[in-house]
Design a protein around this ligand. Structure first.
Ligand code: GLC
Length: 689
């Protein structure tokens, strides 16, 4: 039985409130602390600090080593119970409470031995163990450090105390040569804190446990999942936020499991952020912009010192590294909304006036007239999953595929009336022009490459074949080598005099899923994936892009970005989350065995490597240099793949089929192609087609 009588709960916002505890129980490897009165905050991740240090010193001995400065992370915080991930104090039986230094040391070692041999119940005590280990390594040193932490943490804010404890942890890690032991403890601890496995033993059940541990609550209800949830990583940066794009696989996993609430809450609450005031150096982006991410903050309620309330704190790119605008967020939001409606059958959400307005605001932003000649969406570098400079400004495939998908989904959900007819017309026109443009100009295979190789340039006429004035020299040697006889893919970007021939996986998978690609093209992309398995999958699915930018190209295009060095991160790294998109594409094309093979490769390492964000090297052999561990979308991506492979029908909540009316229109445009005959049918709006 834990000896704690009272704890102090502090939130990231540094607001603290005391909770008198009633019952303290240990259940399923978790400490359940029943609160005497309801906990006002529903924040998932709080930091708990022992308040009654004197009482704890009494328990642990006068030197005060240990528990007084322990910090515990709380996993689920509902109104009555707190489930502590780390134990604040544990039932330590000591030889002597106020014994000699020697005695204390012996006692510490005894506890340490005990805790190594102990059950999973004991393994939760990571912080204590780290401290004990560091005591063993350097008793004096660590004692000073602990005392210092203790002194400081009493005075400092809770944020500070968290940092200090992390410092102690870091220090201890350096002192100790048994990191892997600790890491195992951390892993057990995560599992223990999150509850027992849903289905014992399998990677899948581990993944569910971890996914649930990443859930964030807002006003008492689940609203999203944080990007990464690694208990040993002090450098969370913004990975403790809910990213819109990162939440998609989590949301889909919950939908597939029949747990609709979290997705419903996510949709309705993020909707409110759309019209948030957002500025960057006095400039405001369009109203329909959705944030890249948001955080739940708990703040004191106005005029009441004892009460707190939860608020949402969005980031539209004003704080993001490089100030990148998250163009994909709104598109993903629409896609997830449609998946929610399709799987839950709950039409009431899409029919709500605020939801209809939300859809329209996103569409208006995307369909707004500008200077662009192309039907593709013009965006800056870093506006999607690749949110750093990688030379994808212009018309990157990923955004185009998501744009097309969002238009298709929106068309299904928009209710007629209230002036929506004009919007639907604009939307249809854009769909036709967009699919034509991508199918025709982004597609490459051996045949098309050969055509480009023989292009004439500087054609000034309406009937030019080489419309974008592509110089054949752009076909790099790697591409000639790389292109298999069978298969093809959509290139990464198309601009005047510029074809970015790199293979970007998300855009290609999503083109299949949403039917931006024709049937033949979709099959050819999967043929390509099969043919290039060793380059695109190798030791971990799936390369975000291929090949990597190297040498001078890397210097010029990425701005010498040290995170995006060749074959790392966005520059040719492998991202396990992409597994779910590959799976949906394979299922749609009735080739699930390909996805199964990829899942098999992932299973060899994902859990063992602690669910990394990404992998490095040409063959994806290393865990990414700066990869976060327990990355939620790696976990959720794996789950979605498993669930869908068991129930392929469910993939329909994400896929779109060929729209025959659109196809007819598109065929008219194709026939009007100058290679055949020009000017057969006129679209009501003129784009380059
Ligand atoms: C990285 C990824 C981005 C993701 C974020 C959070 O910045 O590039 O796509 O949303 O991490 O996981």
């Amino acid at each position: 039985m834990s000896q704690i009588l009272s704890i102090c709960v502090s939130r990231i916002s540094e607001v603290a409130c005391s909770i008198s505890l009633g019952d303290i129980k240990v259940k399923n490897g978790k400490i359940l602390l029943s609160c005497a009165r309801p906990v006002p905050s529903k924040r998932r991740s709080c930091y708990v600090r022992c308040q009654q240090t004197s009482r704890i010193q009494e328990i642990l001995g006068k030197d005060g080593n240990g528990a007084a400065t322990d910090v515990a992370e709380v996993f689920n915080l509902n109104s009555k119970n707190i489930v502590a991930e780390r134990v604040l104090t544990e039932p330590v039986e000591r030889k002597s409470k106020a014994g000699s230094h020697e005695d204390n040391k012996a006692s510490t070692e005894q506890v340490e031995r005990k805790s190594r041999a102990a059950s999973q119940e004991d393994s939760r005590t990571l912080t204590e163990q780290v401290e004990r280990k560091s005591r063993a390594a350097s008793h004096e040193d660590s004692r000073n450090s602990t005392e210092q932490v203790e002194r400081k943490s009493r005075a400092a804010s809770h944020e500070d105390s968290r940092n200090l404890t992390e410092q102690v942890e870091r220090k201890s890690r350096t002192a100790s040569h048994e990191d892997s032991y600790l890491e195992k403890q951390a892993r057990d601890l995560l599992r223990a804190g999150a509850g027992s496995y849903e289905e014992d033993g399998s990677f899948e059940s581990e993944a569910w446990t971890l996914l649930r541990a990443a859930v964030v609550n807002y006003c008492g209800s689940p609203i999203g999942t944080i990007a990464a949830n690694d208990p040993l990583d002090p450098d969370t940066l913004n990975y403790d936020q809910v990213f819109i794009r990162d939440f998609i696989p989590s949301g889909i996993a919950f939908l597939l499991k029949g747990e609709y609430d979290i997705v419903r809450n996510f949709i309705l609450h993020t909707l409110q952020l759309q019209s948030w005031e957002k500025t960057m150096d006095c400039h405001s982006p369009g109203q329909g912009l959705m944030p890249a991410s948001f955080k739940v903050r708990t703040v004191p309620r106005d005029g009441d010192d004892t009460a707190t309330e939860d608020i949402l704190d969005p980031d539209f790119g004003e704080a993001a590294i490089g100030r990148v605008a998250p163009v994909d967020s709104g598109l993903w939001w629409i896609i997830l909304l449609r998946a929610y409606v399709k799987s839950s059958g709950d039409l009431s959400v899409q029919e709500r006036t605020d939801v209809q307005t939300g859809i329209k605001m996103i569409l208006k932003l995307c369909l707004a007239d500008g200077f662009d000649m192309f039907p593709t969406l013009l965006v800056t570098d870093g506006s999607c999953m690749i949110d750093r400079r990688m030379g994808i400004h212009g018309h990157p495939l990923e955004i185009q595929a998501l744009f097309y998908s969002a238009l298709r989904c929106a068309r299904e959900m928009l209710t007629l009336g209230d002036g929506s007819a004009g919007l639907i017309r604009a939307l249809n026109n854009r769909l036709i022009a967009l699919s034509f443009h991508i199918r025709e100009y982004y597609w490459i295979d051996m045949k098309k490459l050969n055509e480009i190789y023989r292009y004439k340039t500087e054609e000034y006429s309406y009937d030019a074949v080489n419309k974008f004035n592509i110089y054949p020299d752009q076909i790099s040697p790697w591409l000639v080598e790389w292109m298999p006889d069978r298969g093809g893919y959509f290139i990464g970007n198309l601009q005047p005099a510029h074809m970015d021939f790199r293979f970007f996986s998300l855009g290609n998978f999503w083109s299949i899923i949403t039917n931006l690609a024709t049937r033949e093209q979709s099959d050819a992309v999967l043929d390509f994936v099969e043919a290039k398995w060793n380059d695109l999958v190798s030791d971990m699915p799936f390369k975000i892009c291929y090949p990597a930018l190297e040498g001078q190209e890397w210097q010029i295009i990425t701005g010498s970005d040290p995170k995006n060095t060749p074959w790392s991160y966005h520059n040719g790294g492998a991202w396990p989350t992409l597994l779910w998109q590959l799976t949906v594409a394979c299922i749609k094309m009735n080739r699930p065995e390909l996805a199964r093979k990829a899942v098999g490769v992932a299973e060899k390492r994902l859990s063992k490597d602690r669910w990394p964000e990404y992998y490095d090297t040409k063959r994806a052999r290393f865990i990414g240099k700066q990869a976060h561990l327990y990355q939620t979308w790696s976990i959720a991506g794996y789950l979605v793949s498993k669930l869908l492979l068991r129930n392929p029908e469910a993939a329909k909540i994400l896929t779109c089929e060929e729209d025959m009316e659109l196809l007819d229109e598109c065929n008219c445009l194709l026939e009007a192609n100058p290679k055949r005959k020009r000017g057969r049918k006129k679209s009501s709006k003129s784009y380059i087609v």
